[in-house]
Write a protein that binds this ligand. Structure first.
Ligand code: NAP
Length: 517
């Protein structure tokens, strides 16, 4: 069996399109493409050409001979998928799908609010049209959303998605306005009057509360904050994470719960070379935590974490790096026939309290029961789902949403690609139908407007300088990057680099002094 997919899918589909024998599925057009937790390579169909591995932007595909022991289970997983879904048709997927073109070839300017994967995938879709220019705004001075501040530091291969995002940024017509909070530095109306359309891709930045007594006591935190803390998100650097006790309890058993459990239990040496934020790493190195209990309210069969994450955890256990103990019996819940589940009104199985209680001593409780979107600017908002209601991404002509603010906090990085494609397709429909009003003002005045309000706006060159500085600082201590976690320092570093660029360009464009000899 030549090539094997070894991690969650980035849904870029490059591998699928590169495959000359259509042996990677689910492919675009298959019902579960973009929602499947990973892609699979048919061992009997693969012709061992390696085109998929070359095309994969996150190095998730390997020849079976190079699988590490930790990746070995993926060989069987890839094969098992095709035992269930044979996908017998081996006609190669169209290499270049037909490109839609706008009816009217007028210049169009679109603002995308939120520079995470959903925002950048939306920009990518828009920039397939030469008439379109895209400005991507973010309240942070750094882009890439949860790829930077959510993906666990020991998942550096997943973080390679940043390479894909950088390719999107490099396209003509792309621009950044980083460090700008719409709703605070700039109103929604001020944005609307400067752009033909605005796509909101602001994600789901809050966590779901448990709504149990004591939830706000010291020692009870949200896992999403802890993720932000160790990933260097400037909003969470002051978080008091008490690692002075032996046991931590994480409530919820999704991928965030597993990420946090791994980071809290791994030998800090395994994290030293990653992009984990400096002070949290130092704190983890001093941690007294020896056990993390992940509490699921339903049985193992209903756990929300995905298979690639479980395989990764089991691999760590097999290496002897952590002990993993699964207790399905603690609350008398057999894995296949959970006795404390009841069908809800919509037919799904819901957990109900059994009346039995148990006390677990611990120093820290982390709720990892999902993210929740906040209300943004003056957009419509559904508090129950934490989303902006839309018709497949269209809020109204000229206003659109994509990513978690549209569909809720589910899916993987790659899910945002198909989500953004759907939204952009609505926007193009509205442009073609003449429903989008051209802007009343020129967006080029935004820089001056924001400067007059004391906002330092960073552009793509500034971000690249900041990125280079973080990598440079990291390299001095053998790390992928040393994240700058303070907003003011980010701005200082970027502005200083900008001054140097200006000075350099002044001298390099000056005519060379003539030799007097
Ligand atoms: P999630 O996948 O929605 O999981 C939430 C978990 O919390 C579920 O197990 C849920 O149980 C449980 N839960 C909810 N309310 C509860 C309560 N009151 N008491 C006890 N348990 C409760 O959320 P997430 O882990 O935050 O992940 C968000 C999204 O990001 C997911 O799509 C995830 O796959 C993705 N993500 C992916 C990765 C990765 O690919 N490596 C990493 C991180 C996050 P029920 O099932 O019973 O509701």
């Amino acid at each position: 069996m030549p090539y094997v997919v070894t991690q969650s899918c980035c849904s870029d589909a490059s591998c699928v399109l590169a495959c000359p024998v259509n042996c990677i599925h689910p492919a675009p057009g298959d019902p579960d493409f973009a929602t499947a937790e990973m892609l699979y390579i048919d061992p009997d169909g693969c012709v061992d050409c390696g085109a998929c591995a070359t095309a994969c932007p996150v190095d998730a595909i390997k020849p079976h001979t190079l699988l590490s022991p930790a990746e070995e289970p993926f060989r069987a997983l890839n094969a098992e998928y095709f035992a269930v879904f044979p996908h017998a048709d081996r006609t190669p997927v169209a290499v270049v799908p037909p490109q839609r073109r706008l009816r009217e070839r007028r210049p169009v300017r679109v603002a995308v609010v939120g520079a995470g994967p959903a925002g950048l995938y939306a920009a990518d879709e828009l920039l397939k049209h030469p008439e379109l220019r895209v400005d991507v705004l973010d309240r942070l001075p750094t882009p890439h959303g949860l790829v930077r501040a959510g993906v666990a530091p020991d998942h550096q291969r997943t973080k390679q998605t940043e390479r894909l995002l950088a390719q999107i940024e490099d396209q003509p017509g792309f621009g950044y306005l980083l460090g700008v909070e719409v709703g605070k530095d700039l109103s929604r109306a001020e944005l609307d009057e400067r752009y033909d359309a605005v796509i909101w891709t602001v994600g789901a930045s809050a966590d779901k509360p448990l709504r149990v007594p004591g939830e706000d006591l010291p020692g009870s935190l949200s896992a999403t904050e802890v993720v932000g803390w160790y990933n260097g998100h400037p909003d969470h650097q002051d978080l008091a994470v008490d690692l002075g006790h032996e046991r931590v309890v994480v409530v919820g058993n999704g991928n965030v719960a597993l990420d946090v459990a791994r980071v809290l239990t791994l030998d800090p040496e395994r994290l030293r070379g990653t992009d984990i934020a400096g002070l949290p790493w130092a704190q983890l190195a001093q941690s007294r935590v020896r056990e993390v209990v992940v509490l699921g309210r339903r049985g193992p069969a209903q756990a929300a974490f995905t298979l690639p994450e479980l395989v990764g955890l089991v691999a760590l256990a097999e290496e002897g790096l952590v002990d993993v103990v699964v207790e399905a019996g603690g609350a008398d819940l057999p894995a296949d026939t959970p006795v404390a589940l009841e069908p809800g009104p919509d037919g799904t199985l819901r957990a109900v309290g059994t009346g039995e209680t148990e006390v677990l001593d611990c120093g820290l409780v982390l709720r990892a029961v999902g993210y929740h979107g906040r209300e943004v600017a003056d957009l419509p908002y559904d508090p129950a789902t934490g989303t902006v209601p839309s018709d497949a991404g269209r809020v109204e002509p000229g206003t659109y949403v994509a990513g978690w603010v549209k569909r809720g906090p589910t899916g993987f990085i790659g899910t945002n690609k198909s989500c953004a494609q759907e939204t952009v397709s609505r926007l193009l429909d509205d442009l073609d139908a003449g429903l989008v009003t051209p802007p009343a003002r020129d967006a080029d005045d935004l820089g001056a407007l924001l400067a007059s309000r004391g906002v330092t706006v960073l552009d793509l060159a500034d971000w690249r300088a900041l990125d280079a500085e973080e990598r440079r600082r990291g390299a001095t201590s053998g790390r992928v990057r040393a994240k700058i976690v303070d907003r003011e320092e980010m701005l200082r570093v970027a502005v200083e680099a900008r001054r140097e660029r200006v000075t350099r360009s002044r001298y390099s464009s000056r005519p060379k002094a003539r030799s007097t000899r």
